[in-house]
Design a protein around this ligand. Structure first.
Ligand code: NAD
Length: 454
């Protein structure tokens, strides 16, 4: 089939490359000329394991093409995916649909013959109706269907998620459009991937409900970690103890510095705005968003406590900047809050991240950047692990100890066990792992920081 991806960002590029790998001809369109030129020169502008090879292979086979000419691409298409950004609006946090509306208008002008217009961007309930109206108003003569097909891929595991999805959601009541969507995803149907057909509004809501639920699960275990610290229990065992219950499941029960990324923060807020617009309270989602925002701000307190209550004049080495490992995405990253607060209270920061430093620089106050973890730790008063990159799991701890000025490690991802750290002579603080964490527990003297931050 001839497919078009409007928006060649994270979702558009991964989806386009994977659909081309199924044998479809996919034209990826973006209005960012630099991005398209880079992709034409075989340079993938985002960090995603396996994506370079996939793009190269399908480009060589001429199944994956890149252009800025939306109209020419759309004219030949059986289906056009809208995969543009839907950031939170500054005014109220609802999803900003400016890019979606523009894309719909541009697609409308170019439609030629029956075309399925697929909304892959995460959009509030009712957006499909609006896209349909925009196209209908501009082109009363056009033959088209608008389908919702939200994306669930995880950054860092995006290709595997596309190739072995837990489910594919298709929102449309139109039989002809269903046929086209089934044809597009046929290789996955052959693999027995579950496909859920529903109406368009339900499909749009499924995406938000999934993200809000996952955000709630993370926040739940984070709060349990706080309680573990106070009662002298171990959150890792609590997570395993509850996660082995099939009704709960092990995933998304890793305590940490709070969720970030390009989706959970903005999608939980947008879902609350939609619910408010319809007069429906979403108290659980609201509590989750609030608890997570406080958590991200509160992480700097742990560092302060580990430093003995003062960060003035201290150098803090930060390992990991991106919101999670295996991505260069800095959107909503907890490191942004932690570094901003530590800088404010007088610490000097030196940071290292395997992929995110370029993206981080414009978002952070002026700090120093290091070439690797050891360079980062050299002369520092504390080492803080913020992102769970694989290379931070296998540090030479003796060497880390020898280069630190003070042997303090604050592990916000629990990637080490306490006995290993103690054997290396490091004073180790982690999240929710019983009374040994005493020293890192925020004391009365540092709760002022929380008051200041909130
Ligand atoms: P992104 O910002 O990385 O990419 C969007 C791209 O669209 C940009 O390159 C931009 O130049 C381009 N664009 C905007 N308007 C255009 C137009 N009219 N014509 C051509 N190109 C245009 O965004 P993303 O992270 O890929 O997210 C896209 C959507 O998918 C969002 O709604 C997001 O919430 C959703 N989503 C993202 C993820 C994720 O992990 N990043 C996962 C699932 C869903």
């Amino acid at each position: 089939m001839n497919l078009v991806m409007v928006g060649t960002g994270y979702v558009g590029l991964v989806t386009g490359a994977c659909l081309a790998d199924f044998g479809h001809t996919v034209i990826c369109v973006d209005k960012d000329e630099a991005k398209i030129s880079a992709l034409r020169a075989n340079h993938v502008p985002i960090f995603e394991p396996g994506l370079d090879g996939l793009v190269e292979r399908n480009t060589e086979k001429k199944r994956l093409l890149f252009t800025t000419d939306l109209a020419a691409a759309v004219r030949q298409a059986d289906a056009v995916f809208i995969a543009v950004g839907t950031p939170g609006r500054h005014s109220d946090g609802q999803a900003d649909l400016t890019y979606v509306r523009h894309a719909a208008a541009e697609i409308a002008a170019a439609l030629d013959g029956y075309t399925v217009v697929v909304t892959k961007s995460t959009v509030p309930v009712g957006t499909g109706d609006e896209v349909e109206q925009i196209i209908r108003d501009a082109r009363p003569d056009a033959e088209f269907s608008v389908v919702s097909n939200p994306e669930f891929l995880r950054e860092g595991a995006a290709i595997a998620d596309f190739e072995q999805p837990n489910r594919i959601i298709i929102g449309t009541n139109d039989e002809r459009a269903r046929g086209v969507m089934s044809e597009i995803y046929r290789p996955l149907l052959l693999n027995q991937s579950p496909m859920v057909f529903t109406d368009r509004r339900t499909s749009e809501l499924i995406k938000y409900a999934a993200n809000a639920f996952l955000a709630t699960k993370i926040t739940f275990i984070n709060e349990m970690a706080d309680l573990c610290e106070s009662v002298g229990a171990d959150v890792e065992d609590v997570a395993r103890g509850i996660g082995l219950d099939e009704r709960i499941g092990m995933k998304f029960l890793s305590p940490g510095p709070g969720y970030g990324g390009s989706c959970f923060p903005k999608d939980t807020t947008a879902l609350m705005r939609t619910a408010e617009e319809h007069g429906v309270p979403l108290r659980v989602v609201a509590a989750t968003a609030d608890a997570n925002a406080r958590r991200k701000k509160g992480m700097a307190e742990r560092v302060l406590a580990a430093l003995g209550g003062s960060a003035e004049g201290a150098t803090v080495a930060v390992l990991g900047l991106t919101f999670k490992a295996d991505t260069d995405d800095m959107r909503g990253a907890p490191a942004l809050d932690i570094i901003a607060t530590l800088t404010e209270i007088g610490a000097t920061i030196r940071a290292y991240d395997p992929a995110g430093m370029e993206a981080a620089k414009p978002l952070l106050p002026p700090i120093a950047y290091a070439g690797d973890a050891y360079d980062c730790a050299t002369g520092a008063d504390a080492l803080v692990i913020v992102t769970e990159w694989g290379e931070f799991r296998t540090l030479d701890l003796e060497r880390i100890k020898s280069v630190l000025r003070r042997p303090i490690v604050i592990d916000l991802r629990n990637i080490y066990d306490r006995s290993t750290m103690a054997s290396a002579g490091l004073v180790y603080h982690s999240i929710g792992r019983n009374a040994v964490e005493e020293a890192a527990r925020p004391s009365a003297s540092v709760t002022r920081l929380e008051a200041k931050a909130s």
